[in-house]
Design a protein around this ligand. Structure first.
Ligand SMILES: Nc1ncnc2c1ncn2[C@@H]1O[C@H](COP(=O)(O)OP(=O)(O)OP(=O)(O)O)[C@@H](O)[C@H]1O
Ligand SMILES: [Mg+2]
Length: 502
């Protein structure tokens, strides 16, 4: 399929999210769309997929203008889309999810046999192994992503839209997805690929279009350097390295001793874990996802209960404390899953920014919230964190994915705290925002905050941390200095301790 967009425009009220976009996607090509958070990428894809109606402009397929009134129209025309935020229904099976909203669901009744056959057929044709009867909520994210792809491919698909498909994937899952994309393109499919990870874009894209504030600003090539691509996106030079002086750690601020946490089957997900973070240092937690990182973060916050061991915050044992009490005692928390624990979509940007402090003085006196003070804090945070929004009163659900993440970051940085747990702090944010968040974490450290950084990006861990602790199978298996070779950290991450190597 050859897709052409001519002057495609989307306005929300007076705000122009996409401004006369011209774009051509050739058959069999992987076309990357790059741009900052809020540049208009998802909005553009939603117009292509019939979710949003263009304000102006035309969509042409193989030269003929088309108009989509719903995703059903787009699917019928050969377009499949994997959304930035998963739209799977957790308690439903893979087959049911794939068939939801498609023809097999005649009059709202799903033909289970047809659904299962369709899943098997599509997974075989594209080499995407799936069990049609598995419940989606029990699947790892990488497999859920595969369900989304099979769903997008189960129509007469000739153009596949992937909106940040790699944001939540582990490095091996990313490699697998890129290989699948290449195979699909080689078989003639056109692919639109959105990602903030320039390495991936350079590895897989044939063509790159850069948009900024709703306008096409450049056509780039995958042979351009990351620095060149970053500059084209953001409109200025971006520092891709982190500037910092050696840490001057003070007293222990977070002490985790022999921590054990059990999953719902009673098996240990944290198994006697020991870790300390001192004031004024960044400790990075490196590890292959699924080795207890998520549980550690949640146990420190207090949303998971310890079955054994203790957690001390600033010298006080908090193991049995509720999360709110820990937060009041000086704990900051950037959650990895902003949709679930991060923002409240129905609340405004301002309400989300003051979420943990509006009940207390000075924002609230005798139960009356000082709206002007809340607004002032929000206006300041919006400017400081470059949150692209129409204002403090806008609902967070209207913000782009990366800008929702910036709201969480702004909230955690705009109140006093002594210890901060930052889980995947830069997931889904653009390269300019990454530079900013990294600089802020280092500034926090220099102001004496203890930072526990959890990240699936080893580059990020090595660039920011003063000490690197490696987690494997629910335990810290070693500690390395961040200037040691990557391979040394890598060996520990897969459970090889130095003694075993010799
Ligand atoms: N339904 C809506 N109502 C009002 N504004 C909206 C709506 N949907 C999107 N916007 C605005 O349009 C702009 C573009 O958003 P979009 O989601 O397309 O960005 P994006 O390029 O996908 O960013 P990200 O990389 O963060 O996902 C944002 O400023 C967003 O706030
Ligand atoms: Mg988006």
């Amino acid at each position: 399929m050859r897709l052409e967009l001519r002057g495609l425009t989307k306005k929300f009220g007076d705000f122009v999210a996409d401004d006369a976009i011209d774009l051509v996607v050739e058959p069999g090509r992987i076309h990357a769309v790059l741009g900052e958070n809020g540049a208009g990428k998802s909005t553009l894809m939603n117009m292509l997929y019939g979710i949003l109606e263009p304000t102006e402009g035309q969509i042409l397929i193989d030269g003929a203008p088309v108009r989509f009134r719903s995703p059903g129209d787009a699917i019928a025309a050969g377009i499949g889309m994997v959304h930035q935020h998963f739209k799977l229904v957790g308690p439903f099976s893979v087959a049911d999810n794939v068939q939801l909203g498609r023809e097999h669901a005649k009059a709202g009744i799903i033909d289970r046999g047809a659904a299962r056959r369709a899943v098997r057929e599509v997974s075989q044709r594209f080499g995407l192994a799936l069990d049609p009867d598995a419940l989606c909520e029990n699947l790892p994210v990488g497999v859920q992503q595969r369900v989304e792809i099979v769903k997008a491919l189960s129509g007469p698909t000739e153009l596949l839209i992937l909106d940040e498909p790699t944001a939540v994937l582990t490095p091996p899952e990313v490699a697998e997805l890129l290989a699948i994309m290449r195979k699909l393109a080689d078989s003639g499919m056109s692919i639109i690929f959105i990602s903030h990870k320039l390495k991936e874009v350079k590895a897989v894209a044939d063509t790159i279009t850069v948009i900024r504030r709703g306008k096409v600003v450049a056509e780039a090539s995958p042979t351009d350097s990351e620095a060149e691509l970053a500059a084209a996106m953001v409109g200025r030079e971006v520092t891709l390295t982190v500037d910092k002086t050696p840490a001057e750690p003070g007293a222990t601020a977070l002490a985790i001793t022999d921590l054990t946490v059990l999953d719902e089957r009673g098996l240990p997900v944290l198994n006697g874990l020991n870790l300390t973070v001192r004031a004024g240092e960044i400790v990075g937690l490196a590890g292959v996802e699924g080795n207890g990182q998520t549980e550690l973060a949640r146990a420190v916050l207090g949303t998971l209960t310890a079955a054994g061991g203790s957690i001390e915050l600033l010298g006080t044992e908090v193991t049995r404390w509720q999360p709110a009490r820990r937060i009041a005692a000086g704990l900051g928390y950037i959650p990895e899953d902003r949709g679930r624990d991060g923002v409240v979509g129905d609340f405004t940007v301002a309400e989300n920014i003051v979420l943990n402090q509006y009940r207390d003085a000075p924002l609230s006196r005798r139960g009356v919230v000082d709206e002007t003070a809340v607004r002032d804090i929000a206006v300041k945070a919006i400017a400081e964190f470059d949150i692209r929004t129409q204002g403090p009163g806008e609902h967070v659900s209207a913000l782009s994915g990366g800008n929702q993440q910036k709201v969480v970051i702004a909230r955690e940085f705009s109140r006093p705290r002594k210890v901060i747990v930052a889980a995947q702090p830069t997931r889904g944010v653009d390269i300019g925002a990454i530079e900013f968040i990294h600089a802020r974490l280092v500034a926090e450290r220099d102001a004496g905050t203890a930072v526990l950084l959890i990240s699936a990006e080893l580059d990020e861990i090595l660039a920011l941390s003063d000490r690197v602790a490696v987690i494997f199978d629910g335990r810290i298996v070693g500690e390395v200095s961040p200037d040691r070779p990557r391979s040394e950290v890598g060996q520990l991450m897969i459970g090889h301790t130095p003694a075993e190597n010799e």
